[in-house]
Design a protein around this ligand. Sequence first.
Ligand code: GLN
Length: 505
Amino acid sequence: MTATKNELVGRSTSELRKLLKDKSVSCLEILRAHQEHIAHQDADIQAFITLTPELAEEQAKKVDAAVARGEELPALAGIPVAVKDNMCVPGYKTTCASNILKDFEPPYQATAVTRLFEAGAICVGKTNMDEFAMGSSTENSAVKRTFNPWNKEYVPGGSSGGSAAAVSAGFSVVSLGSDTGGSIRQPASLCGVVGMKPTYGTVSRFGLVAFASSLDQIGPFARSVEDAAITLSVIAGHDKRDSTSLSKHAFGEINYAAGLRDSSAQDLVGGLKIGVIKELQGEGIDADVRNTVKDTAEIFTQLGAKVEEVSIPTARHALPVYYLIATAEASANLSRYDGVRYGFRDDDAQDILSMYMQTRSQGFGAEVKRRIMLGTYALSSGYYDAYYKKAQQVRRLMKEDFNKVFSQYDLVICPTSPTVAFKVGEKTSDPLTMYLTDIATIPANLAGLPGISVPAGFGNHGLPIGIQILGNTLSDAIVLKAAAAFEKTTEFHTKQPPMLLAAGK
Ligand code: GLN
């Protein structure tokens, strides 16, 4: 039987792979189905900054040729992917959703992107984001706003809101995002998809525009845990072009998807010890979300895990620590955008100093400027010890809190986002309330730990709720196993937003 175009949208990697191998469809047909869906629906969602049809066409033809030759297909052969617009793809602009990079065409390719392409993925486009990945709703984009596929009056989360919305709406099967303080997990939670931030150093940051280098990690969005695991296996691994990339020995053989499909949920988590973080269950967390954590704990218990409350006392300092360290690093990283070397320049300036100042004043948006100023202040002499150094010390203590917990537990669970998606415009005038949305995701970045958000319920207005599972350094495979066990036991991931359902009509 030949699949009709609509049936090709909303599928998993293994389903599409089977159709390709059976020669029921060509890769070009898979691509066309996704492109048509984007053409019909992205006007409402605005997930993409740039579509990349020429690249996609060339990649699809290569896959079709490999199928015709009867070759063994690589892991993501023929799978439509979307890439956040802070990762370099030559031949197209990498804007970071900023005016300062609006015309920047990178001469090189991000390693994670290269690995995706070498695995046969088909790039449909570059996705919208908060400018320089600073934000939690994708409303800080200088290009456009992205809307939540579940309900267009709500935000998709951020900063990787475009990548989350693209997967949720079925514009691509998987996508890449970056996560500095929650920017993969939080939008995944708000859009009802899976999103994972791996252990720091797992995925090369080469070709990822830097925000806060000690926190930034690239990771996948997908509609299933298995697809997230397959994508992570493709992009993970040592890269000599990133000095913070983990060594080959740290990984062993990379196959995060191994065993996920064939093992029972009990086999995947039975006997594990799972902690529920006490500090992330109280004030500021919506009742629906708190109940989701309780229900999740119950499910893991029934699957044979031992679930108990644990304490990360420093979690309550996560927000101030993050907003000192992330802004300090951002102020240094963003000093390279001076109108000389990259992107936009104000040519009307009379002298070099005014050129720098006018370029930066026009090129950066309000949130980016706020962060540069905060970070510059925290690093300035006289304040460095009181703010930046103190924040680093608390960061260390937080890592020790996690070490203590992980000496006794395999995993911990907590909310991903304290609330479901909020309304477009609801928090834009109050940066502090926007910052508070990251309260539960930031600790994993500060401690370098792997974390995943998986669909775990529905709250107000039928909007998705995600649950977060964190593991110790390099226990990404265990995190994925627990997520897969949860997915096998629940039905939340099978519900689709109206946008994706419309594709099947
Ligand atoms: N929302 C957080 C911030 O605004 C995290 C961003 C991110 O992870 N890139 O900084």
